[in-house]
Design a protein around this ligand. Structure first.
Ligand code: GLN
Length: 269
């Protein structure tokens, strides 16, 4: 009997804890779902998860008077975690897409992004049109995965981590990797014999995913983001992780999305 009561108590505690999470009140915990395999937006440094998204989320949590908790999971589990209330926000270099907007709301956008093509230096692939019939590596559930399905006769190899796709390319198991520009730059810098093609595969924008019924949190996050843009803090965070000095391609510079530019992007019906 005692055991039963204890179990019931634990269950109700867990329930009220998750209800607390859902409310995202001042003094509470703001739970961020991410996939920390995506430098420079989120990656492991020792025991910590650091990067642009981690710092943006920390700044938002501070603004809301909350404590940030980061939960690391597979990229394709993030939206389910947000939808179920297991996490309050999904911050993972996540691109706003029509499909995702059916399931979650997105905040105003905070960074411009792109899917780019990584090939080996000696590759005959010079642009997106040359991908026809090729073996292409992507990260499971990402926009690279989604959009590469349109490439004629291509075979798509899906990996849990972007880095694993790059390893496969190095081992000549695939012909190209389609992945977000900033992680691509990190992977190419860390591995010899690779290059990023000049022409991007898609242009995209990142935003924070929030449960559709949590409009209160959506408003708070948008207000915080607006302050971070206005004060220059957002650009400061991006500049800390993306060194534009060593970047020889003008186009590749990542800039925080300006306030005006994002209004039409903002969230969901
Ligand atoms: N921007 C891509 C997407 O939203 C990839 C994000 C990621 O791998 N973290 O699908």
């Amino acid at each position: 009997m005692k055991k039963l009561i204890a179990a019931a108590l634990t269950a109700s505690m867990i329930f009220s804890m998750s209800a607390m999470t859902l409310c995202a009140e001042e003094g509470g915990t703001l739970v961020m779902a991410t996939n920390a395999e995506f430098p420079p937006y989120e990656y492991h440094e020792g025991d910590d998860i650091v990067g642009i998204d981690a710092e943006i989320a920390a700044a938002i949590a501070e603004d809301l008077g909350m404590t940030l908790e980061i939960q690391d999971m597979a990229f394709d589990s993030i939206l389910a975690a947000v939808q179920s209330g297991k996490a309050d926000i999904g911050v993972a270099g996540m691109t706003v897409t029509e499909d995702r907007l059916k399931n979650v709301s997105f905040s105003d956008t905070y960074a411009e992004a792109a899917q780019v093509i990584i090939v080996t230096e000696d590759s005959e692939i010079a642009g997106p049109d040359d991908l026809v019939g090729k073996y292409i590596g992507v990260q499971l559930g990402t926009t690279g995965d989604l959009y590469s399905e349109d490439i004629e006769d291509a075979t798509i190899e899906r990996y849990n981590k972007g880095f694993e796709a790059v390893q496969s390319l190095i081992q000549n198991k695939i012909d190209a990797v389609i992945i977000d520009r900033e992680p691509a730059k990190v992977f190419v810098e860390e591995n010899e014999g690779l290059k990023i093609l000049d022409e991007a595969f898609t242009e995209e924008e990142y935003a924070i995913a929030i449960a559709k019924d949590n409009t209160e949190l959506l408003d708070k996050v948008n207000a915080s983001l607006a302050d971070l843009k206005e004060s220059g803090k957002l650009q400061e965070i991006i500049d800390k992780y993306i060194n534009t000095d060593t970047d020889n391609s003008e186009e590749a510079d990542t800039e925080a999305v300006s306030e005006e530019a994002t209004e039409t992007e903002s969230a969901a019906e």
